[in-house]
Design a protein around this ligand. Structure first.
Ligand code: TPP
Ligand code: SF4
Length: 292
């Protein structure tokens, strides 16, 4: 969402806290992401009255309760579809979607490409902890095969999904990756995503110390490394190359890709202007209402 045109307010990160306190486990990475969101909103001066936050179901999907904003805790995996409708109905608002890897890429996997290909003007923050936390630790699409969980006591037989390659393939216009252990860096990436006009996707590694015993804070700290300064963020091919996960290689964090192109709401507005505010077809004929 481009928030440049919106009414700005002066609020500290703390002032974006609602009166509901998070109930996540001690040490959960989701706290770091939430702090990154508060900071980004404060730096952009987003007015809570201009902000709508959507989620599905999961520990991460509790986030909207903790942010001073309009909000909706929708169905598991369906936040993107609901948010797309809300964005089209209120294109003057900033729209944020928050949720987990299970919510986004398991049950919600069918919605992900469509938000990206349509370039819906909103930001998706995916809390990637490689597990289903809320339901007490099942294997997720981003779990490493060596992770054991209640449902996979011997590890998993599947290759994990690569969220960044997925989003780049389906033409998301802002793609970034961060780590919850660095909330200031997360804030910068989230700020860029909210400022971006178009569909922005931020994948954030987030440790779940309660159920994912292998993706620890130390594991992530050793795993990630900053994107080289000479990476061209307008080159989708280079971004995809960077997003490929290879054994014994650092996993890059930072901004992978950014592109300016018309958004879904702009194209719909253009369409409405072109047809003079009315569809230029006869709805009765299209629906053939005379049919018994
Ligand atoms: C239709 C439906 N199916 C299954 C569930 C059970 N369920 C709730 S949250 C969840 C997965 C949560 O994992 P994730 O999205 O990765 O978020 P986390 O809790 O790890 O932050 C599942 C399977 C549900 N609530 N609704
Ligand atoms: S179960 Fe995991 S993801 Fe959920 S609150 Fe606890 S640490 Fe966080």
């Amino acid at each position: 969402m481009s928030v440049a045109a919106l009414h700005k307010v002066e609020m500290t990160p703390k002032e974006y806290k609602s009166d509901v306190a998070p109930v996540w486990c001690p040490g959960c990475g989701h706290y770091g992401i939430l702090n990154g969101i508060y900071r980004a909103l404060s730096e952009l001066g987003v007015d809570p009255l201009n902000l709508m936050v959507f989620s599905g179901i999961g520990c991460s999907s509790r986030t909207p309760y903790f942010i001073d904003s309009y909000k909706m805790h929708t169905l598991h995996g369906r936040a993107g579809a609901v948010a797309t409708g809300a964005q089209l109905a209120s294109p003057e608002k900033a729209v944020l979607i928050v949720g987990g890897d299970g919510d986004g890429f398991s049950i919600g996997g069918g919605h992900m490409p469509h938000m990206a290909r349509k370039n819906v003007n909103m930001t998706y923050i995916l809390y990637d902890n490689g597990i289903y936390g809320l339901t007490k630790g099942q294997y997720s699409p981003t779990s490493r095969p060596e992770m054991t969980a209640y449902t996979t006591p011997y590890g998993g037989p599947e290759e994990p999904l690569n969220p960044l390659l997925y989003m780049l393939t389906y033409k998301a216009t802002y793609v970034a990756q961060g780590f919850a252990g660095k909330p200031r860096d997360c804030a910068a990436l989230i700020k860029g995503a909210i400022e971006h006009k178009g569909f922005s996707y931020v994948n954030i590694f987030s440790q779940c110390p309660t159920f994912n015993k292998i993706d620890t804070v130390k594991y992530y700290r050793d795993l990630v490394g900053p994107i080289s300064e000479d990476h061209d963020v307008t080159d989708r091919g280079a971004a995809m190359e960077l997003a490929r996960r290879e054994p014994n290689k650092k996993v890059p964090v930072g901004l992978f890709y950014k592109e300016d192109k018309p958004t879904l709401d702009e194209r719909v507005a253009e369409f409405v202007t072109r047809v003079g505010g009315k569809p230029d077809y006869d709805l009765n004929k299209v629906l053939d209402l005379s049919r018994p």
